[in-house]
Write a protein that binds this ligand. Structure first.
Ligand code: ADP
Ligand code: GN1
Ligand code: MG
Length: 363
């Protein structure tokens, strides 16, 4: 049986022979194990794909190759430089797009997108506007992508009623004996059960369409040019699937327009920054280039509350299930995150009419 270090050596040799100078953990993602690999010539991102989260890594990689090819083509057609505009998958030395190691671990390598930075917090409204425009443009690029070619990498990923159901199932199981300590949080979710259906119902009544969306529009899933601050590359393409545009909007607001970090435990610091909300709404609408329908635009604030509530329920579910999904760095990390997201939901509900007024003004 190989230990972790031997396993890593096997992977590095498969990709780089004996050319590796260093290999260090990298970034702040919650899902994959990410490493920065340096060779004499170049830098790379090596990721061990999370097969608990993504049970079919072959399909996942097929999606990524399709999506990155498509974006590269679109950018080239628009006469823009394409070298850093999307992720580039690097093949193993024997030409495979990913590597399955001898213990069934799945690995992939991307070119490191040089001269860029990922940010974990919004520094100013202008940066957030730039991020919004990039995620909006991403939807434009993907508008003519054949959705039937995309595998559903995580079933019911943003199906909020299903997320609610998962939470209630976790409560019933109480696998780790934690339910007694989170009654308030469970009641909080229960009180919003009806709201969870808003977008699914709107879709069923043909009020909002399914589009090819990113589905994980966190600020740190965009790389900014370190010199100019321009958005260079949308990354973390694991969840590109059919979804609702308002959820792509909402997930960015959830993360970036929170006045506190996602895991801040001092809940008095958690609130929705309406200036950032407005900057993002402006950028997103511009980026989408007039493609969103009137109803989608009207429902953008609903997307913000939906993604925040859903994410809070997902963190709470994971806490009850024993922290098996999201990476944690302290024992109550998922609970802290859930409480934080629920506090943000409360502030968003309070500010709903203001969010609506902003969106109406920008329309
Ligand atoms: P996760 O799914 O765990 O969030 P990501 O694919 O988002 O994993 O990668 C985690 C972090 O690694 C990103 O937030 C970013 O900082 C960095 N990163 C990922 N891919 C690249 C790349 N090709 N070039 C530079 N940085 C990258
Ligand atoms: C995860 O992979 P990352 O860290 O960009 C998660 C998102 C959550 C987010 C919460 C595939 O995003 O859905 O909103 O954590 N990604 C997946 O921070 O579940
Ligand atoms: Mg990420």
């Amino acid at each position: 049986m190989k230990n972790g270090q031997q396993q890593m050596q096997e992977v590095l040799t498969t990709y780089f022979g004996d050319g590796v100078r260093s290999c260090e953990p990298y970034g702040n993602g919650h899902i994959n194990d990410t490493y920065l690999v340096t060779t004499a010539e170049k830098r790379y991102i090596l990721q061990r794909m999370n097969t608990v989260v993504f049970p079919k890594p072959e399909e996942l990689m097929q999606n990524i190759l399709g999506v990155t090819d498509h974006i590269r083509k679109k950018v080239t057609e628009a006469g823009l430089p394409s070298d850093r505009a999307t992720l580039t998958v690097v093949a193993t030395r024997d030409g495979k797009d990913f590597y399955r190691d001898s213990t069934d671990g799945y690995w992939r390598v991307y070119d490191f997108v040089e001269g860029t930075v990922a940010r974990d917090a919004v520094e100013n409204a202008e940066d957030f506007y730039i991020c919004a425009k990039a995620f909006g443009e991403f939807q434009q690029y993907m508008a003519d992508y054949p959705a039937e070619q995309l595998f559903e990498t995580i079933r019911d990923f943003h199906n909020t009623p299903k997320r609610y159901e998962n939470l209630m199932n976790a409560v019933a199981r109480d696998r780790c004996g934690r339910v007694s300590s989170v009654h308030r949080e469970i009641l909080f979710a229960r009180a919003r059960e009806c709201f969870c259906h808003t977008l699914e119902d709107a879709h069923l009544c043909d009020r909002i369409p399914l589009r090819v969306t990113h589905n994980d529009t966190k600020l740190n899933n965009i790389l900014f040019d370190a010199q100019t601050g321009a958005a260079t590359c949308v990354i973390d393409l694991d969840t590109v699937m059919p979804g609702y545009s308002v959820n792509d909007f909402g997930d960015s607001i959830r993360f970036g327009a929170n006045t506190a970090a996602e895991d801040e435990t001092d809940l008095s610091r958690v609130s929705l920054d309406l200036t950032l909300f407005e900057a993002y709404a402006r950028g997103f609408l511009e980026g989408c280039g007039g493609r969103l329908t009137e109803t989608e635009i009207e429902m953008l604030p609903v997307g913000a509350v939906m993604m925040t509530l859903e994410c809070g329920m997902r963190f709470l579910t994971d806490y009850l299930e024993g922290d098996v999904y999201f990476k944690i760095h302290r024992p109550t990390h998922n609970l802290d995150r859930a409480r934080n997201q629920f506090a943000l939901v409360v502030d968003m509900e309070r500010k709903m009419s203001k969010m609506k007024a902003i969106v109406r003004k920008l329309k």
